[in-house]
Write a protein that binds this ligand. Structure first.
Ligand code: C2E
Ligand code: CA
Ligand code: CA
Length: 330
């Protein structure tokens, strides 16, 4: 396997263009791993999958742990297909609080899966799998439709933010899906906000930029989510028409004890002001964090201090009453 990796990795000349090829190898050994061809190939495939997931240009031997992983994974994918048809997914909404007007100005839709056996599952446990298996598209469509429909029942000053996955951009349907969700629900496009992360922009596809601009032309707002966590190329801020930057919770939570976090927040604010982009800080859990952010000039805040993600039936917009100067938040 090592020799094969070496041989294939040598650069070769393709019409004057120097090309290199990456290789991953999965191995299953007879008779230890089995003696039938089909079974052996399947195991070699699992080993290959593991080799790939651990980085290119390597090889892996099959071991039994891999087959446990893959059974659990397969089970979850099957469950997810069923869950989509039975609508086991739910949207919870977390309030976003406007610092200047001291009111709730919107909510962020956060998906959960009420799995019949496992119970309530957080998105980190299934979104990646939905993305890998093509299920993010139907799930994303359901999320958009549900969020728009729910929002029509709320006061008009309450906006709804929906997270978009890079997988939803991969097909050309995203624009139509969003237009249809707005049309079906009758929600004004000005009340819909879309959150995208840099992972979408890193793919650097020209038509993604087009889609973003067309959505913005409809009146929808576009947010750059998790700012500061990934590559954070400042050029994205001028390349795409963002209405708002969401500073990642890791910076909010480091504010009171880490000088670098305060520096990042301050420079994001300076930059955003110059580009006429609003700034939201996520993950605000303490009064101290809130005061620091307010003093720094952040426009909106979101976090457990103002409310946790809540099922739609338990949402109360009483929190949108103005907060008095000496009130404890939430
Ligand atoms: P995100 O977009 O950064 O969402 C914010 C996450 O921070 C949420 O986790 C929220 O519950 C959590 N959070 C809010 N306030 C606080 C706080 O004060 N302290 C702490 N420690 N955490 C707080 P959640 O709901 O588990 O979602 C995790 C991630 O899953 C989201 O991160 C988002 O990337 C993804 N996600 C959630 N819903 C959707 C969805 O409908 N579509 C897509 N594509 N992704 C989603
Ligand atoms: Ca988000
Ligand atoms: Ca975020």
């Amino acid at each position: 396997a090592t020799r094969l990796l070496e041989v294939v990795a040598r650069p070769f000349d393709l019409d004057g263009q120097i090309v290199t090829v990456g290789t991953s190898i999965g191995l299953a050994v007879a008779p230890e791993d089995g003696v039938d061809t089909g079974g052996l190939l399947k195991k070699a495939d699992l080993a290959l999958y593991r080799a790939k997931s651990e980085g290119r240009n390597s090889f892996k031997f099959f071991d039994v742990e891999m087959s446990k992983d893959s059974t659990a994974r397969l089970q979850l994918v099957n469950d997810m297909r069923v869950a989509l048809s039975r609508t086991e997914f739910e949207l919870h909404y977390q309030p976003v609080f406007n610092v200047k007007i001291r009111r709730t100005c919107g909510v962020e839709a956060l998906v959960r899966w009420r799995h019949p056996v496992v119970g309530l599952m957080a998105p980190d446990r299934f979104i990646w799998l939905a993305e890998e298996t093509g299920l993010m598209e139907p799930l994303g469509e359901w999320i958009l439709e549900k969020a728009c429909a729910d929002a029509t029942l709320w006061p008009e000053n309450i906006k709804v933010a929906v997270n978009l996955s890079a997988a939803q951009f991969r097909t050309d349907k995203l624009y139509d899906v969003i237009v249809s969700a707005l049309a079906k629900s009758g929600l004004a496009p000005e009340r819909l906000e879309l959150e995208i992360t840099e992972s979408v922009l890193l793919l650097n596809k020209e038509n993604y930029g087009d889609t973003i601009r067309r959505l913005k032309d409809l009146g929808i707002s576009i947010f750059l989510d998790d700012f500061g966590t990934a590559y954070s190329s400042l050029s994205y801020l001028t390349m795409y028409p963002f209405d708002k930057i969401k500073i990642d919770k890791s910076f909010t939570q480091g504010l009171s004890n880490r000088a670098d976090c305060a520096a990042v927040v301050a420079s994001v604010l300076t930059l955003a002001r110059g580009l006429d982009i609003a700034v939201t800080a996520e993950g605000v859990e303490t009064r101290e964090q809130f005061e620091l952010l307010r003093a720094a000039g952040v426009d909106e805040v979101q976090g457990y201090l103002f409310g946790r993600p809540t099922p739609v039936g338990e949402l109360s917009f009483l929190a949108s009453e103005p907060m008095r100067e000496n009130d404890e938040a939430a």
